[in-house]
Ligand binder design. Structure first.
Ligand code: FAD
Length: 206
């Protein structure tokens, strides 16, 4: 396996190519660090998109949802999908309005899904998902029963047609604007977890 993904016609970054990367480990990291992605497809001629949770196992990304989920059902029935994973790392404050920007890491993945049918696969992927959001929690919770697994659609997307784009660093202004009397720089941002809030019906002793 190579260290980089092959560039396909759909994944060739045209605008801002210096920010492009197809590095496998970088792309895995961006996907894994994201708690959610956005999944888009075309449904009855209309572009549609939903935010959803995801997890990655090796060279595939997985999502799940109710079997009646319209977007997931369309993709399960063969509609082409596009998944986007985004981290906003900072707001880039430039001298000109035009050059205000964002620091970010993002991945776009194109593909058709394969459906996980086997209840054992669905169970294994339920664990992958829980392990991603809270390592160690799987062994403490009630695991899915047959009915819950049946009611849940699991879709996998191979990491083949995939690209990443990363912006970092200073604003880039027009030469003529350097010297303009305004604060410039980056307002970094990141996702943080606050202190846990107990369930109002938490079991005694926790
Ligand atoms: C948080 C954030 C904020 C942004 N804000 C703006 C903004 O305000 N205005 C703006 O014009 N652009 C913004 N971008 C960049 C934007 O995502 C596009 O990369 C850019 O607009 C070029 O679009 P395009 O259709 O011309 O791309 P093209 O270069 O034509 O896209 C070709 C292919 O390159 C890949 N690609 C393109 N963009 C990305 C990406 N971001 N990540 C991974 N792969 C990609 C896809 O496979 C795509 O099919 C932002 C990106 C992020 C992550």
């Amino acid at each position: 396996m190579t260290d980089t993904y092959a560039i396909h016609p759909a994944t060739k970054i045209v605008r801002g190519p210096k920010r492009a990367t197809y590095d496998r480990a970088t792309i895995h990291g961006i996907i894994d660090d994201a708690m959610i992605c956005h999944v888009a497809t075309v449904l009855d001629g209309q572009a549609v998109m939903i935010p959803t949770a995801h997890w990655r196992v090796g060279e595939a990304v997985y999502i799940h949802g109710a079997s009646k989920n319209r977007v997931l059902a369309a993709i399960a029935n063969g509609a082409a999908a596009c998944l986007c994973f985004t981290h906003l790392d900072g707001l880039v404050m430039a001298r000109s309005a035009f050059h205000h920007s964002a620091n970010y890491r993002s991945v776009i993945l194109y593909g058709k899904a394969h459906i996980l049918d086997d209840p054992a696969d669905k169970m294994a992927h339920s664990q992958y998902f829980i392990d991603k959001i809270a390592p160690g929690r799987w062994d403490k919770i009630r695991q899915p029963n047959a009915q819950e697994l049946k009611a849940t659609l699991f879709l996998g997307f191979d990491l083949k047609e995939v690209s990443a784009k990363i912006r970092s660093g200073d604003p880039v202004d027009d030469d003529a604007d350097y010297g303009w009397p305004v604060w410039t720089g980056v307002l970094p941002c990141r996702m943080v977890w606050d202190d846990p809030v107990n369930d109002s019906r938490i079991e005694p002793g926790f």
